[in-house]
Design a protein. Structure first.
Length: 763
């Protein structure tokens, strides 16, 4: 029912009879083209039981007012009231808003500027936030033009929506991608605000000193804060705001705004510094909600660390290329940058040719990269130095790293010294504590990280697995035999992989010896590069020297190319995989793709990823292994069944599924506050401390340790946000490296290995 009246009492009576606890109110002064659009959106998207109040502040455009009345009469609310209250003289925005607060009686008031356009679900979103806390005084909506709640560009109000997008589409995207953090604000932002009646009772109305309509909501908000109330953002509600239509067109708008700002600054000396701090704070829930709205509107911008793309392609390089390809094809991603070495190898150029939205940028860790700051930086493999993590954090708002396994973390044999191993462990601990998200290539590794306390329970994580389908390939190249392998005997065996101790290659030698004794005439090929530490090659050489009768049948190769690896798969009868620990275990799937059975253990993640009914090594007794090899070589049907079983299981592990899991994690971390954890690493031990909020806290925290470090020949590294004043001061005081999010103390190789103790109390 539509009613036009110039009686305040009549309007109050009509609104009091409505069943809703809210009244949606729009102050109007001219600008009826915008007011019509606002009113039309309110009628379309406000529940019919909620009354709409339009208050005309003596507009001079009489035709526009008549048109509005006619429009309202044609589009009445089906159950609730639509009330137009016409005022006899112009009193300004603040007096009009205060009149609205009075006329609405005991209802909450949703004050909507006449140049605002709402979309579906807007009031329901407001209600959800308003009812979430009894201490809320106001709730503000996201908008394109709203100071610190502007999206998609933070702190940059603008009149336009993203190209090709209308209000309904923008609001729908934001609602669907909202993290529902309901961040607190220093003030209500006046374009569209839900005022709770309880707060109006206690705080009162707007101050008439702000009669021009600039600063009144700030003043009211500060009074509310002083009385113990809070202000929140409805981060699932977006309204379009053109700006300025609720105020007089007198031409002195800038002057009036300046006077309002001066009055706010005079009353609340803290307000401007507070707002500036809120604007710059990248760790807050507000920053997270704004980032979530940005990526919902524009799509994700992603940086992928591909600096591992060296001369040859191994598993790590394939992970980077495959995930980059899948991420780039997603509708959720608008821009993706792959950071590469200065010279991109041919296999990478071939793999990335034609990938949409992708830009390759040569980069060096620690150096600036000529690219816009991204939403997410992804390193799909392990970080080996804190400087790498700090560098990535400067390139994007959120950082995700991949953890492939914990083999090196648990094994000191893979390092030159204990100190090197301790430093590596500390780095992995710091990384998992400081990142915004982590990926794991199996549930086994993820559970290991949680059980050991290396991954905080609060850190978002996803199991991405590894794709077993081969999409990215090297340059087209015919398979070719590795040197010395042109002629392999029938029933030859293949062991592939870096000659790490956990690959257990000496076991294969013992199996070959037993097969030789039984008359086997094939070859055992051991192919794979040699690591700098923790290799089994010396033990293999000693074994071969002691077994000259078997040595001619053993071919030990170093690293092989992809073309050579394919040739080996095609010319061997069985692949052996006697590993004692794996993060995923690609070899059985790779062998099956080439039609070759693989006799594997179920160690580590292999028990998770391999088929339950697959013939595997139940023990690592060489006699048991030799019997299984003879069975497989003697019955082609057994080998075919093994290949078929692995191929069926491989359907679970695709690069598309891995990319989807990564995208899901990226979407999640861009809707959460940034990880602002500060950690201290002391002699390999990692201790989390509270985030640093002032340089004084840095001094109090570190002074006892700094003195101890000087006397004990320790090295201290302080890491703070780049470019900050306290960061520069800390560098001078502590010779610190300026990075991003951690405080770090490391133990040099020549220092004592005992755990340090501070000279007095704990810092």
């Amino acid at each position: 029912m539509f009613t036009a009246t110039d009686s305040v009492d009549a309007a109050r009576g009509l609104l009091a009879s409505a069943p809703s606890r809210e009244v949606v109110a729009v102050p109007i002064f001219n600008a009826f083209d915008k007011a019509h659009r606002c009113f039309e959106s309110l009628l379309a998207h406000t529940p019919p039981t909620v009354p709409l109040l339009l208050v005309d502040d003596a507009s001079t455009d009489l035709k526009g007012l008549v048109d509005l009345e006619e429009f309202a009469s044609r589009r009445p609310g089906s159950e609730g009231h639509v009330v137009l209250l016409k005022r006899p003289r112009n009193v300004g925005f603040v007096a009009t808003a205060n009149l609205i607060f009075d006329v609405c009686g005991r209802a909450d008031v949703v004050l909507v500027n006449s140049d605002v356009v709402v979309a579906a679900g807007w009031l329901e979103g407001f209600r959800g936030v308003a009812n979430s806390s009894t201490t809320l005084a106001s709730v503000t909506a996201l908008t394109n033009h709203g100071a610190i709640v502007s999206v998609p560009e933070r702190n940059r109000p603008g009149p336009d929506l993203p190209p090709g997008m209308d209000v309904d589409a923008a609001a729908g995207r934001i609602r669907q991608g909202a993290p529902h953090l309901r961040p607190r604000l220093p003030t209500a932002i006046g374009h569209c605000v839900y005022f709770r009646r309880l707060a109006l009772d206690v705080v009162g109305k707007f101050d008439g000193a702000f009669g021009a309509g600039y600063g009144e909501e700030v003043d009211w908000s500060q009074r509310a804060l002083a009385l113990g109330f809070e202000h929140a953002l409805a981060d699932d509600v977006f309204v379009y705001h053109q700006g300025g239509a609720s105020f007089s067109d007198g031409g002195d708008r800038a002057q009036k705004q300046h006077r309002g700002d001066e009055l706010v600054a005079e009353r609340y000396s803290y307000y401007i510094p507070l707002v500036r701090k809120v604007e710059r704070d990248r760790n807050s829930s507000l920053a997270a909600s704004l980032l979530a709205a940005r990526r919902s509107l524009l799509g994700l911008s992603v940086v992928v660390d591909g600096l591992c793309l060296g001369r040859s392609m191994t598993g790590t390089q394939k992970v980077v290329l495959e995930l980059t390809r899948v991420i780039a094809t997603s509708d959720r991603v608008t821009r993706i940058t792959l950071l590469t070495p200065r010279v991109l190898p041919p296999y990478a150029r071939t793999a990335l040719e034609g990938v949409p939205k992708l830009r390759c940028k040569p980069a060096v860790v620690g150096h600036p990269v000529a690219t816009e700051r991204a939403d997410v930086a992804v390193r799909p493999y392990q970080v080996t130095a804190i400087s790498e993590l700090q560098w990535l954090a400067r390139l994007a708002e959120r950082v995700i790293v991949g953890q492939l396994d914990f083999i090196a973390y648990d094994n000191p044999a893979y390092f030159a010294t204990f100190s090197d191993w301790a430093a590596y462990r500390a780095t992995q601990s710091l990384v998992l504590a400081a990142v915004d998200g982590a990926t794991f290539i199996s549930s086994t590794i993820h559970e290991r990280a949680l059980a050991s306390g290396l991954l905080p329970q609060s850190t978002p994580a996803r199991v991405t697995f590894v794709g077993t389908d081969e999409v990215v390939r090297n340059e087209e190249e015919e398979p070719k035999p590795p040197p010395g392998c042109q002629r392999l005997g029938p029933g030859s065996l293949l062991v592939l992989g870096v000659s790490f101790l956990h690959k257990n290659r000496p076991w294969a030698l013992e199996v070959a010896r037993r097969l030789h004794q039984a008359g086997w005439g094939g070859h055992l090929v051991l192919a794979g590069p040699e690591p700098s530490h923790g290799s089994s090659r010396d033990a293999e050489g000693t074994w071969l020297a002691g077994h000259p009768e078997v040595a001619p049948q053993v071919l030990r190769l170093g690293a092989v190319s992809e073309a050579e690896k394919v040739w080996l798969y095609r010319h061997t009868a069985l692949v052996l995989y006697p590993t004692t620990s794996e993060g995923f275990g690609m070899i059985p799937f790779e062998a099956a793709r080439h039609g070759v059975p693989c006799l594997s253990t179920r160690q580590g993640s292999l028990d998770e990823v391999l088929p339950d009914d697959l013939l595997t090594l139940e023990s690592l007794d060489p006699d048991h292994g030799a019997l299984l090899v003879e069975r497989i070589l003697g019955d082609a049907g057994v080998g075919r069944a093994m290949v078929a079983a692995v191929q069926r299981r491989a359907a679970r592990y695709t690069w598309e599924a891995s990319g989807d899991a990564m995208l899901e994690l990226m979407w999640l971390v861009t809707g959460r506050p940034r990880n602002a954890l500060v950690a201290m690493e002391i002699g390999g031990d990692v201790t989390a401390v509270h985030p640093i909020s002032s340089f004084g806290r840095v001094r109090r925290l570190l002074d006892p340790w700094a003195d101890y470090a000087r006397r004990s020949h320790w090295m201290m590294t302080l890491v703070l946000p780049p470019g900050s004043r306290r960061g520069r001061a800390s560098r001078r005081l502590y010779h610190a490296a300026i990075a991003d999010r951690t405080i770090r103390m490391t133990l040099p190789a020549d220092a004592p290995e005992s755990r340090p103790r501070p000279p007095t109390s704990k810092p």
